[in-house]
Design a protein around this ligand. Sequence first.
Ligand SMILES: [Zn+2]
Length: 503
Amino acid sequence: MVTTPADSIAAHATYEPVIGLEVHVQLLTATKIFCSCSTRFGAPPNSNVCPVCLGMPGALPVLNKKVVEFATLAAMALQCRINETSIFARKNYFYPDLPKGYQISQYDKPLAEHGFIEIPAQGGVGAKGSAVGVNGKKKIGITRVHLEEDAGKSLHEGFPDAAEKTAIDLNRTGVPLIEIVSEPDLASPDEAYEYLTRLKEIILYTGVSDCNMEEGSLRCDANVSVRPRGQKEFGTKAEIKNVNSFRFIREALEYEIARQIDVLESGGKITQETRLYNSNEGKTYSMRSKEQAHDYRYFPEPDLLPLVVDEKWKAEIARALPELPEARRARMVKDYGITEYDAHVLTSPKSLADQFEEAAKAAKNPKRVANLVQSELMGRLKAKSIAIEQSPISMKGVAASADLVESGTISGKMLKDLYDLAFERAKDFPTIYEEEGRPQQSTDTSALDKIINEVLAANPKQLEQYRAGKTTMLGFFVGQVMKASKGQASPQIVNELLAKKLT
Ligand SMILES: [Zn+2]
């Protein structure tokens, strides 16, 4: 039997993992944070550069106002307190892809602090004993959100002489980032996964980043340690760097937690270090022992003034704050009578939520719209790999079709057929409905009468049971009649006729 890291963690429930995440998000500005170079992804190497982002002597940084607005908006959406004054600081280190020899970041006075994200409770208790709230949600603290510039990129492959040489692309240097640092409140890899999912969803709602992990606009480092359950002090932590999907983060954490428990169980000690995750092997490897924070010799950036976001500017930025996913779900449940599950499916991405609400407001029964979008529309979109924005059936079309079912004009079976035709012919529902000659389900009671008589005659046993008091048999007969009518009959009329005949 193969033991997975998850099995191993479960077998050592006396240990408690403590996880904190550092997420870098690239802001969607057209230009860099301290110069007017383009931030466009995929430009030829070293084409989006100038003396400022190349760190030439004498070049001076000028802060991009849009960067501050985007970062502040994101921090507000993460429930942070915005510091009126924050300070840029130099983080000094040498690396080939860092031409200045330092990175401009923020240190002891960051842009924003003391935020949180709520995640669905997994039944655990946070590292600081942050218990699960009454609403079944667990609050994960956000220590800080600060601004910084990205570094360049070392390219180790893809060149004929890649075995001997490393190439440098400095297009990324000076690309604006926010770093979102969580408290060590995450108590399992699943919680880390949930936190990242919620974080990404919130950032996407604000529109300040595309959070595209493949292009590096969202990157995550994880700090993880284990300690005997009940112990107050943290264990020695390892940092797992630059894992490029949420699923891999979860796997890397599972592996790393199991590894640390193993080391401790066999009497060893955990070394504080940076580790890399190899997703092919599902293992983490030691990369280097961890530099201490003071090794960076942070000091205030002398070329930039303190950043002041005053009340007036804050209020202006806050006006761009959208209704956030959690709040929107709660409101949609209340406004449209849909379930929480429906609301979850229908709010991600935001464009789907916008479209759904447009239809729900236009239709007689929003709950039916929610069902149709999930059961009939999204399934067909997924099967054809079409984005909701490119759906042949518009939300107005969904609303119109929902109303036709609601009024009993068409049956559910007819709706399915009409949706199939809409996808086949790439036309909206109302057009297809017209093209098909405005079909209606059969309300011809004499034809239905005949079918009902046939069904009753063909099922004497069930009829006997019904007459003996098993009234639930009615559903069986309705089903049989619907089947015999090939879905063309109105269930409502079938019900009425059957009830009459059986009394
Ligand atoms: Zn530049």
